[in-house]
Each structure stands twice: as structure tokens, then as C-alpha cells.
Design a protein. Sequence first.
Length: 365
Amino acid sequence: MKRKTDVLMFLFKEKLISRRDIAKNIGIPNSTLSYILQELSRRGIIESIYQPRQARGRPAQVITLNRNAWKGLSIKIGRESVRFVLFDTHMNVLKERFFRVKSCQRNNQGYLQLLKKGLRSFEKISCIGICSSGTVEDGKIVFSPIMNVRNLEVQKILPRDIPVIFMNDVEALSCFERFFFKGDNFLVINYGTGIGGAFRKGNEKKFFDLGHIIISNGEKCYCGQNGCLETFASDYTALKKFVSGDFSIIDFVELEEEKFSKSLESLRKLAKKEPQRVKEYYNDSLEILSRVLGNICLIFKPEKVVFYGEGIAEWMVEEIEKRAKKQFLKEYLNDISFIYRGEIDHSWEIGVYIEAAKILIESFL
């Protein structure tokens, strides 16, 4: 059974591969591989394609997953939107639905209504993967201050006859990172309106609410604490300087779409395309963030720290790395890579779909 799972997961990742390469990469005898491929072909899960050789000889046979073998639905639940993306076995997008979350919908009932509305748009789903902001456990969102929800029991409205997986959205990014960029020991940081983190060690992943680590006495955060990292080092602090505004982080989170969205979009665009015009607004934030991440690296000892999110720019990652390695001894941080990813289309949705597909593949066998 494990070898069948290995074959299917390899095909899921590589899309189109020769029998020889399957056997070589998985370390499986040709006789065993032939038996597995025959069974999977009989069940309609895989198919063989013959590609013409450039030199003389018979066409080359390659193996691929049947695009219609299954369909997986990914759902990304966040402060600003709830997104539904349906994928085939080749991770091609088949269908999307997008729902903007209004301020009056940021509560348990509002999110449940949007989820029910979106689910009605999809039929013949083989598996579901859901990722959300906040602390996620046992099929529910335990607490997400940025979404204003507590104990949101999402599993109650989901189908019970197909595999379902539910995780934090930064954990989903760690799944995406591992699948496409490899690595077994790394930190993922998601930077934007909020700041989230996840540590990955092999198959184990763990979200931590980085933005709500208390740094110092300071203003009250929207989560209810005082002095959270997000009050010192998120988009909010740079925006406040950018517009010379006198508003709190509570105002920023509650009124972003009505009052601050255009200014925030302008700031983020300048940070990516004309950074010299806005670097001064990020200076204090990056200094604090580099110190916090340096301390976290001392605890987790990752091989790399990877930055995703709409609020991060490549120069910011370079600056964080430079400042962190200046503050800490080289014996602690010098071997750690700081890597910029930024925004990659459907990275959250693909990350959680990968994990849902793994469960589905195991159920096939």
C-alpha cells in the first residue's frame, strides 16, 4: 500500500513522467511498478501517453494522472474574503468563487453563511481542504481576532462522506513551500495586515500567532492585549507614518476596507516598485521584526525563513536578514537563509489541496 501511495504522490507532483523515472526516484522494482500501474490504470486513476521520440525508435511511454480521477475543493477563509477554488489532479483550476467579507459579516454567523453559499456552487467533490486565519483545531476556528470569530465549528456544515482537512493558512503555505521548493526544517512568515508564522519540521507543522507576541507596553491591540508585535511592526505602523495619520490599530482593522484600503494599496505598490520613496516608513518596523525573528530562529533553528504575503517586498526581506545577522552572533544565524516569495497565485489553496489529496490518495488504496 505504501508503494502505491508513493507512486501516486510522485505522479501528483511530477504530472508527466516515464516508468523508468518513477522506478528510479521511488526505488521500486520494475515488476512491482508494472503491477501497481496496471491496477491504477484499470481503476481509471492513471493513463499512459505515447510521445514521439526525436530520434528513431518507438514512441516513449509516459504516465500521468487522469485529470478526471478526482476533483479537490480548497477554501481559504480570511478577514477580507472567503475563496473557493476547485482543482483537478494536475492542479489546474476548474472553477472559482470569491466572496468579499463585509465588516458586518465578520462574526461566526456571517462566515458560516458565506461558506454555505459557496459550497452550494460545487458538486462531485472528492476531497476538501480548508485553511483559515487564526488558531484552528479539530475542524473549527478556535480563535481568530482579525476575523472576530471564536469557536467557529466549520466541520458541521461540511460533507461527511469525503476526506476533509482543516488547518491554519500559514500552515497551508508551509505545505506549498515544502511541495514546490523542498526543505524539511524551515519557518514561514506571512506578512500583511496581520503577521503569522508556522514552523515546519519534516511532516510536522505548527502555526504560531507571531503578530500577537507581546513586545513591550504599548497600545491596545484588536485582540485585546497591549503591546502586540502587530502594533509595532505590521502594515499598520508603516501606513500610519505614510499618511501621517492619528488612528489606532483597532481603527485600522475595523475600518480598513472603508477608510484605509486605497492608501494601503498605494503603500504596498510603492514598497514593491519604488521602495526608495517609502523605506523610511518601514525602518522601525523592520528593526523590531528582525530582532523578533532572530530570537525565534534561536529557538527553532530553521535552515531557512521564507516570507509570503501581500505586504512583504524583496528588499524588506534583505533588510530583515541584514539587521538580524548584525544583531546576533554569526554562530547563531549565519547559516540561515532568508527567502522572499511574496504573493504566489493560489499558494494557500494549493497548499491545503496537497494535504487533502494525500488523504484522498491513501483512501483510494
